[in-house]
Design a protein. Structure first.
Length: 293
């Protein structure tokens, strides 16, 4: 069993981006600028956005953070997004989820200009991804692809089983692993809450990607010997032995599953850092106008 170290790989990617930004600055080019919108004071969202700002500082990006009270109206938030769409200084925009119940995440996503949608959620980017056209990929699937590519893990001709069909991870992951690319060219099975005999499906996986949000759902008897296991989940669970009172657990029961794997991602330190690195890569592409004029 070997570790797919997302923390180290993310650090390498950030170093590469920082070097490219330094070259852009020396040539007098436009420095990439990422903006984030944060509504309310969800602690997890606060931490995530704070880390994104730190990442921007490390690689030399400009960054802006727009904070709003959770009582902001939907139309006022959409107006702010439209304002950022028109701001030529800002290359990429993310709107941190979750949003208050009175604000439609779908309306927010569709209002954001596709060329600034560095989270890769706009229908235009999703459609371009599905057609294997250049696009901003959703950050977590993009990060997983980079991790598989850089180790490298052979994917062509393999059977990939994806657990979870969310629009953020599971569904786009299944599309990306099936398309004619590297990583890719897998035979993909997408499993969800209505899948019958789930264990029979997971035992066929050469590559198992767990994105359910259910801590330690995947047990050793669900994993084929020698499989590559990617654990997307990260959930806080109570743990009296920790000073914080909680521990972070993935969707995979790591201690019992790891001995069966050829490769596995840890939690934390696996997919999470790669998601942040992928967001930076998308922002760099946005600044370079890689996909949109």
């Amino acid at each position: 069993m070997q570790i797919l170290d997302g923390k180290q790989t993310s650090s390498t990617i950030q170093d590469e981006i920082a070097a490219e930004v330094a070259a852009i600055r020396s040539a007098g080019g436009k420095i990439p600028h990422l903006a984030a919108i944060l509504v309310g004071n969800n602690p997890a969202s606060e931490a995530y956005v704070r880390n994104k700002v730190k990442d921007c500082e490390r690689v030399g990006f400009g960054s802006s953070l727009f904070r709003f009270d959770e009582t902001i109206s939907e139309e006022a938030l959409l107006d702010k997004i439209r304002e950022v769409n028109e701001n030529a200084e800002i290359d990429g925009l993310i709107v941190q989820l979750p949003l208050p119940a009175h604000i439609s995440a779908e309306k927010v996503t569709e209002t954001l200009a596709p060329e600034k949608d560095v989270d890769g959620f706009h229908p235009v980017n999703v459609g371009r991804m599905a057609k294997n056209l250049p696009a901003y990929l959703p950050a977590t699937p993009y990060g997983i692809l980079e991790l598989l590519k850089r180790y490298p893990i052979e994917t062509s001709g393999k059977h990939c089983v994806v657990l979870g069909r969310s629009h953020i991870v599971g569904s786009p992951m299944s599309i990306l692993m099936a398309r004619n690319d590297n990583p890719g060219n897998c035979t993909v099975t997408l499993c969800h809450s209505r899948t019958k005999d789930l264990k029979a499906q997971t035992l066929q996986a050469d590559i198992l990607i767990a994105a359910l949000g259910i801590p330690e759902f995947v047990k050793a008897d669900m994993v084929k010997e020698g499989a590559v296991v990617i654990d997307v989940g990260i959930t806080r669970v109570e743990d009296a032995s920790k000073k914080s009172g909680f521990a972070l657990r993935g969707d995979v029961a790591y201690d019992e599953v790891a001995p069966r794997c050829s490769w596995i991602t840890p939690v934390p330190g696996g997919v999470g850092p790669m998601t942040r690195a992928a967001l930076l890569l998308n922002t760099l592409d946005a600044a370079k106008r890689s996909f949109y004029p």
